[in-house]
Write a new protein. Structure first.
Length: 165
């Protein structure tokens, strides 16, 4: 661009000076303009290639985005289907639970279940009390002596006091 202005300035100097000044070198001027034109065309082709590359990237991103949107829609539909299945299963569970709790056998076995829960609770309390007592060194020695005197007592006490292994 600077060369173009320089050429224009040279032309202006020639035109103001008139025919007296040095003759204009048209070959040099044409070579300068041609080289500038080649540079501009090269810059234009580089910009076009970059634009094509950006357009291709944009198209690819649009395709990828459309694929992701389709996946999101499918997942949303699947989620809605699963929510319906969950609601249906929950209703079935609640109706089965209500049927069980309202059945005659459930009502008749209530006293037995209550007694069983009290027995389990008492066993846990007794086991806890025995475990607490065995933390006292004197009582631990007494329990050790009793376990040696009575065959099988040690294994039985261990199974009762520590039922989970």
């Amino acid at each position: 661009m600077k060369e173009h202005h320089a050429v224009s300035a040279d032309q202006a100097a020639v035109s103001t000076a008139g025919a007296v000044s040095a003759p204009l070198d048209w070959h040099w001027l044409a070579a300068q303009r041609l080289s500038r034109l080649v540079e501009v065309e090269h810059d234009c082709s580089v910009v076009r290639e970059r634009l094509d590359s950006l357009q291709n990237d944009y198209r690819e991103s649009l395709v990828a985005r459309d694929g992701q949107l389709q996946q999101i829609r499918e997942l949303g539909d699947r989620l809605a289907d699963l929510a319906q299945v969950h609601a249906r299963m929950r209703m079935e569970y609640e109706s089965a639970q209500a049927a069980l709790l309202g059945s005659r056998s459930w009502r008749m076995t209530r006293p037995l279940r209550m007694l069983s829960m009290q027995v389990v609770s008492a066993r846990r309390r007794i086991g806890g009390l025995l475990r607490a007592m065995l933390r006292v060194p004197l009582l631990r020695r007494v329990a050790r002596v009793l376990a040696r005197l009575v065959p099988g007592l040690h294994a039985r006490l261990r199974s009762r006091l520590y039922p989970h292994g």
